[in-house]
Write a new protein. Structure first.
Length: 394
């Protein structure tokens, strides 16, 4: 199989959660991506096959890396069938392999993505039968070849999904506490916070430790996909194993020891056991210090440092007095965290205002379906006097 690009360059599309497009674009630029452009919940870029492998392995804020293969204008169901059937699928996977679709439909004549997948499946099966006498089967659980269908109004985009399983599945998360963050969102928050990877990092409401694990991986230059066994491209006909091994070898040379002190605490001993299990799975348990404690009792090391935390919002976790919790958080930050930058994500804007500090920066991020603000505070000496003048703009 070969992708039909005259210059040997692939057009690629990295998908990400809303609000992380800029961070992802920087990650891709660092990896050598060219012609990068920021879209809505995606970043388009160009590069070679090595970059395709590297983007899957390294990007902390990408959910999947797609290779757009063809675009069509379609009006009818027959157009959809004909368009999908016109692709030389047999060049990309064999009748002995399984395939599956990931379909999204936007303001189109087709209202159900399931229906679009069904017609596309018929088209592929019919083409294989005509060309090879055999047809591949669909396997929605563990397909060899994943095809992304994006239908927006009349525009049909077909892409190969080079990631397979979503890239937030890093391979270390074995134990859940309440309301864990997605690994991709956690990494994005740390990268947005501007933490340098060397000074102190803290999460005083760490739950299952997603922020801590991602922070430790960042501090070590450990690739986001380090613990993953598989990526979709490994089952492609054109998988270049030596090139992939080269990407792995190169990243080994860049890994370093952790200089930073990384500290996590939570008032729930049970949640902390989850954090410990996840860190152990990632073999990072010796690099992160955990303790059972209310954040109200935490005494941090002297700054500089960065605190990033995901407190309860009162949505998925009920807390008796959410307002009191955020007011306490504000007081603790003001009293004990001078020299730190503190970042808090929450969907409860009323509660965030109770922190009572003037934000230096804020981003709109989504934690699952919940629209959140990710708010940063600069706790320079005298921040108490910073007041809360800007609180209304959250
Ligand atoms: C939304 S969860 C954090 C989830 C975490 N980011 C993860 O990925 O698993 C909020 C956590 O705050 C903890 N918590 C609530 N109130 C606390 C307090 N006063 N002190 C310390 N931890 C607290 C809860 O036990 C819970 O684990």
């Amino acid at each position: 199989m070969s992708f039909d690009y005259p210059s040997g360059k692939l057009n690629m599309l990295a998908k990400c959660p809303s609000g992380l497009e800029g961070v992802l674009a920087s990650e891709l630029e660092m990896l050598g991506g060219e012609n990068i452009s920021i879209l809505n919940r995606a970043v388009a870029f160009e590069g070679d096959k090595r970059l395709l492998y590297a983007a899957n392995y390294h990007c902390r804020t990408a959910l999947r890396i797609l290779v757009p293969i063809k675009q069509f204008s379609i009006l009818t169901e027959q157009d959809l069938y004909t368009a999908v059937k016109s692709v030389k699928w047999e060049d990309y996977f064999s009748a002995d392999q399984t395939f599956a679709f990931d379909s999204t439909v936007n303001q189109s004549v087709f209202t159900h993505s399931h229906y679009v997948s069904q017609r596309a499946k018929d088209a592929i099966a019919d083409r294989f039968r005509e060309k090879t006498g055999k047809r591949p089967s669909v396997d929605t659980e563990n397909p060899d070849f994943k095809i992304n269908i994006h239908l927006s109004r009349n525009e049909l985009n077909l892409s190969f999904d080079s990631s397979g399983d979503s890239l937030h599945k890093r391979g270390y998360h074995i134990s859940n506490a309440e309301a864990p963050l997605s690994e991709v969102l956690a990494a994005g928050m740390i990268l947005l916070s501007g933490w340098d990877g060397r000074s102190t990092f803290m999460d005083p409401m760490c739950g299952s430790g997603t922020l801590l694990t991602e922070a430790a991986m960042i501090a070590m230059n450990l690739p986001a996909g380090y613990f993953r066994q598989e990526f979709g491209f490994m089952r492609w006909k054109d998988f270049n194993k030596p090139l992939w091994e080269d990407v792995l070898d190169e990243s080994l040379e860049e890994q370093t020891d952790i200089e930073a002190e990384i500290l996590g605490s939570d008032m729930s001993a049970q949640n902390l056991r989850s954090a410990e299990a996840n860190l152990k799975q990632a073999r990072l348990h010796k690099d992160v210090r955990l303790s059972v404690s209310k954040f109200q009792d935490v005494v941090p090391p002297e700054g500089p440092g960065t605190l990033v935390t995901n407190p309860p919002y009162g949505e998925r976790i009920q807390v008796d007095d959410i307002i009191e919790l955020y007011r306490d958080l504000g007081n603790v930050l003001k009293r004990r965290f001078s020299g730190y930058k503190a970042w808090v994500i929450s969907s409860d804007l009323r509660a965030v205002k109770m922190i009572g500090l003037k934000p230096m920066k804020k981003h709109v991020l989504f934690n699952g379906p919940l629209e959140c603000r990710f708010v940063g505070f600069d706790l320079y000496d005298g921040s108490r006097r910073g007041g809360n003048r800007d609180q209304d703009n959250l």
